[in-house]
Design a protein around this ligand. Sequence first.
Ligand code: BG6
Length: 791
Amino acid sequence: MLAKLLRVIVLFRVFSSLVAGSQGHISVVLLGATGDLAKKYLWQGLFQLYVDQIDNGHSFSFQGAALTPQEQGQTLMFDALKRLSCSPDIFPGRCTLLKDQFLKRTRYWQLKTAEDYISLSRDIESSVRKEGIQEAGRLFYLSVPAFAYVDIARHINSSCRPKPGAWLRVVLEKPFGHDHTSAQQLAKELHTYFLEEEMYRVDHYLGKQIVAEILPFRQRNQQILDPIWNRHNVERVEIVLKETLDAKGRTSFYEQYGVIRDVIQNHLTEILTCIAMEIPKNASNSEEVLRNKLALIKSLQPLEKASAVIGQYQEYNGQLREELQKDEHHFSTTPTFAGVVVFIDSLRWDGVPFILTSGKVLDERVSYVRVLFKHRVFCVQSESQRDSRSSQCKPRQIVFHIGHGELKFPAVLVSQNLFKPILPEGSWKEVADLSSHHLYGQPLSDYYVYRPMEEKDAYATIITNIYQGKKDAFITTQNLMASWHFWTPLLESLAQEVPRFYPGGTENRNLLDFVISGRAVSFVLEQHLEFMTSDQYSQTDSYKTMPPIFRGSQLVTAWSDTLVSLLAQDIEVTAEEAVKHSGVFHLALSGGSSPTALLQRLATHHYTFPWKHTHLWMVDERCVPLTDDESNFVSLQENLLQHIRVPYLHIHPMPVHMNQRLCAEEDHGTEFYSKEISLLVKNTSFDLILLGMGTDGHTASIFSHTPEAMEREQLVLLTESPVKPHLRMSFSLHLINKAQKVVVLVLGKRKNDIVTLISRVKQEPQKWPITGVNPNTGQLVWYIDYEALFR
Ligand code: BG6
């Protein structure tokens, strides 16, 4: 009986291998066969493919390839192959047999020259011929650095294409360029060798079980989700990839990319599309899925510099210098942490923030997507008194827990007060015994928790997807370009930004927490240290402040955005003190472009500013009507006044337009303004005067060719500018120097020459009026940004 059964089994195997051969032969060529990725994941994934497909129609051969010479490469490769393992449902005896078969079908090739590629192709053809079967396809997996792609592509195209009727699939690993232009260039070159359908660009996050489940989950639960998957119900979406590891060992790669290019432009953006795209009518139609993805990427609202906060772990520069052998002055601003807020221009998602965050050396390793729903119920009963059925008081969320973290396994969590989700029976199971854990702000018992029955490695899924030609699990050229088109402007605007330095791990505490206001994000904690030379940086192990000096007075310096926010803060503190002391704050503001950002910052970030007690004065004005675009008052109105509530009588425009004339001496405008000042400002000493500095060293509207303006004891003067509009009204140096505090704000590399020059000269107001700013008893503070200070 047993012998009969064995015979049947053997016959079945012979039959199925015949059937297997009947669909043709597939050759898999793995370039980079001895590399890290191959050792860790790819060989195992290929072995898995072999095991899964052994009875399903195709026969396989595997060619590992690298630049290493034959003997050495072969040893290295077969060492890596010793680690292959089978899934637990395969008996050990069968596993050994399968591994044996797999190894017999695997060869090593040194692929370096055109001839090497030709011999490989000939070998494939002759073995197919020998087996007497058709060739079904060739799969080239390029697990090599991106700079080698084009060369390899040329060789494959010229000598390794299979005969007509068999397919060619070429698999590429990121990076796919560095920005829009470089990605376009690479895509263009690849397109000279391959058709779009022949290219499979991998994003390994699309192979992760939970990420791959997002769209099917939305589809399976569409009836319940449809009415709530929108701006009316979703509060926000968090897409998070936190890591504890640093960039050590790969700083030469990391330095060129940074966190946004490394994981946000690709992995997190792909996840975003899975969450936010419209569900295709036919989800098994790759083209339709890809079309909807593309539409979503194209509907992302353009990012601005303020859409992101960036950080860098403190050890990074040290590691970089060591690995790249840079000297101690080398200073990198590559971000290792970023938080970005993205908005979508669609009726479904308008106004819903999608927060994309990732970083190295953070407190935990975890990746997830969390869709947090709005809460309209106000629960009066205190939590401890609440009856456990009052679930409307609890948060409502859906979490796609991709991996790691406290949960330890991939899972989908749905708040029980939302709905009981449907997941595929047979491959997913409900987890019920987790009640003591707390996750995403709720005890696990508040959720329906589902996990896959069998955990699969992302690369095993990716390799199966390549085999099945499931193109929607890969990145098309169009989608890649759209993604770079979206991210490149942000990357460019952040190129000069100094990241916030963080110590790493739990030490970070809330240093990296950020808050969304409007379309912008900012760190919750202000960091006061923004001036460090690279020397000081290398010696710094904590956030110590160094007050630097410029022309004998205090200097505050940072990149412009930070500088402006520091100055706004300084003004608010000065205002509060003045109001506390005398009940009123007299603030005089200059015109010009530099203060614009400051005015906007004051308008949008300083809700507790004592505007009710503030008088606003003009340091200078152009002799144009007060409605003219050139008017400093118009700028004040547009950037500040219209956003705040300041008593009408506290606004003091300069009287440049009287009796339908502009700055006519006989109208005595300067005297009127001086009188108003004398009347309201105690001792004509302003609490704070904000000045700018021109590239010629002028300040307020005091220019070098009007020396009398500097000598007179007058408070307000008429002056003449070398540029249009020529006639101006201005505070005198005499009035400026009477102030309690004078701040000079200087922004932009245009100002670098004058900053350098006046840092060296003595007091020569006749040549450079700014050098005449020297408060009699008050304080002078220079706010100069890095670009102006260092170019
Ligand atoms: C890779 C990045 O693409 O993704 C790495 O280059 C990052 O820097 C990794 O560590 C994260 O992937 P996973 O699968 O470990 O979450």
